[in-house]
Write a protein that binds this ligand. Structure first.
Ligand code: NAD
Length: 429
């Protein structure tokens, strides 16, 4: 049983912490207030359980040696092994990885997976590395965080700029150190290595299942709707394609260089072809180029931020025209923007729910790996739809009951669940 004790150290909740983690803690506090969470539980859940920073050498193709910095953070391991992707990006920081790890805890809890939350990242622009350097970096980073990961401890997956090949190198490196194949140590693997059918599409697909549920309660007909997607990568391009298949007109998409807009709808196959030829969706002949800031404010019904965090803030939230925002990306909206959007009547499907399809099918992949028993694509997609639909209605019910927006409602559901685990287990020793 967790009881109240006087604070002996300076570790109260950490809203003073700089960077993205302070946003995650702010969101946590809002939901903790709605729940009436006791102070001791706030203190526990507003901290990350384990934080590892590694500075490691990689031999480059020209024979020089570079030092890279990476992190692996476990926010909570109460409900089971922790789970969370690995990001390669030049802006990766410990604060960002901690925020993403905390959101993973809530995400797993919202959709009732038996996992805690974790995240990893390396501060690097992988586009500047050769395949050989990328492999060296991945293998050395894996070796350096190997004391934290394992199929029953902490299971990585892809995130921004990491992909099935990188997961294969991670699985191989870990397996070589223990002496046998361990497919359960990582998810998002190539199919031939025990990856799950449907995993590559799962984040975009789960996001679209969430949008379908939201459209029903908002009486929005998707077949006559317009969609905008910021970030045409794994999550965004698949969400765009599936929205298009549902009859929604995808009028704008973007990537790190900018976006392309056509109010009559984009031919997504042609945009993808243009991107594979030129490296970007910008310059597409049937669209007008738009900036990544402007794309968010164009007329549409559904806006899918699927790039990076920090895209919608107090400075631009009032100008957003969408009636539904589905956060395929993690952390695109600030708490200030949440309040503005709620007042405007915009229905936000928060990241910890809207992009939970990825971790849900990662969970399915892990179950298949642990049992050495593969499922079919139909089994995966059917179960994914059930998970997204059930969680949507649970979160929507909380938002109606407490008259709060969907982010706070999702956090209330998640924090309540993790707090329950924590109370039942008690504090060791
Ligand atoms: P990705 O690397 O495949 O794609 C990211 C896309 O965003 C790329 O097209 C890139 O060009 C674009 N981009 C980068 N900076 C941008 C900017 N400033 N403005 C607009 N576009 C920009 O990554 P992903 O796996 O699709 O992840 C995208 C988001 O989804 C991230 O926030 C990630 O955490 C989240 N997410 C991914 C998964 C998953 O399974 N892949 C699961 C849950 C959440």
């Amino acid at each position: 049983m967790v009881t109240e004790t006087p604070t002996l150290v300076a570790h109260s909740t950490t809203t003073s912490e700089p960077g993205l983690f302070s946003v995650a803690v702010q969101q946590f506090e809002i939901a903790a207030d709605v729940l009436g969470l006791e102070d001791s539980m706030r203190r526990i859940l507003s901290h990350c359980q384990r934080e590892l920073t590694v500075n490691f050498p990689v031999e480059m193709d020209d024979g020089s040696v570079q030092i890279f910095t990476g992190h692996r953070v476990q926010h909570n391991t109460g409900p089971g092994p922790s789970k969370g992707g690995i990001r390669y990006h030049q802006n990766v920081s410990l604060s960002e990885v901690k925020a993403l790890a905390m959101w993973m805890t809530w995400k797993c809890a919202v959709v009732e997976l038996p996992f805690g939350g974790a995240k990893g990242g390396v501060t690097v622009n992988p586009k500047l590395l050769s395949q050989n350097e990328l492999q060296n970096l991945t293998r050395r980073y894996t070796a350096d965080i190997s004391m934290m990961i394992g199929p029953n401890k902490d299971i990585p997956a892809p995130d921004v700029n990491t992909n099935p090949q990188i997961m294969a190198w991670l699985m191989d490196t870990y397996s070589m150190t223990v002496g046998y194949s361990v497919p359960g140590v990582v998810t998002g693997k190539p199919l031939a290595l025990g990856g799950s059918p449907g995993r590559n599409e799962a984040t975009g697909r789960g996001c679209v299942y969430a949008i379908q549920e939201a459209a029903r309660v908002r009486n929005l007909n998707l077949s006559s709707s317009r969609t905008i997607v910021q970030g045409f990568g794994n999550a965004g391009s698949i969400a765009a394609r599936l929205m298009d298949e549902l009859g929604s007109k995808v009028v704008a998409v973007s990537d790190s260089r900018g976006g392309t807009y056509n109010p009559n709808g984009l031919d997504l196959a042609a945009v993808s072809l243009h991107k594979s030829r030129t490296g970007s969706v910008t310059g597409y002949s049937e669209g007008h180029d738009v900036s990544n800031e402007a794309i968010l404010e164009l007329p549409c019904d559904i806006l899918i931020p699927a790039a990076l965090e920090g895209q919608i803030g107090g400075y631009n939230a009032a100008r957003i025209q969408a009636s539904i925002i589905a956060e395929a990306a993690n952390g695109p909206t600030s708490p200030e923007a949440d309040a503005i959007l709620f007042d405007k009547g915009v229905f936000v499907l928060p990241d910890i729910f809207a992009n939970a399809g990825g971790v849900t099918v990662s969970y399915f992949e892990w179950v298949q790996a642990m049992q050495w028993f593969p499922w079919t694509l139909d089994q995966v997609n059917d179960r994914l739809r059930q998970v997204m639909s059930k969680s949507f209605h649970a979160v929507y019910g909380i938002s109606e009951q407490h008259k709060v927006h969907m982010r706070t409602a999702a956090l209330v559901r998640a924090i309540d669940r993790v707090a329950d685990f924590t109370r039942l287990r008690g504090i060791y020793p």
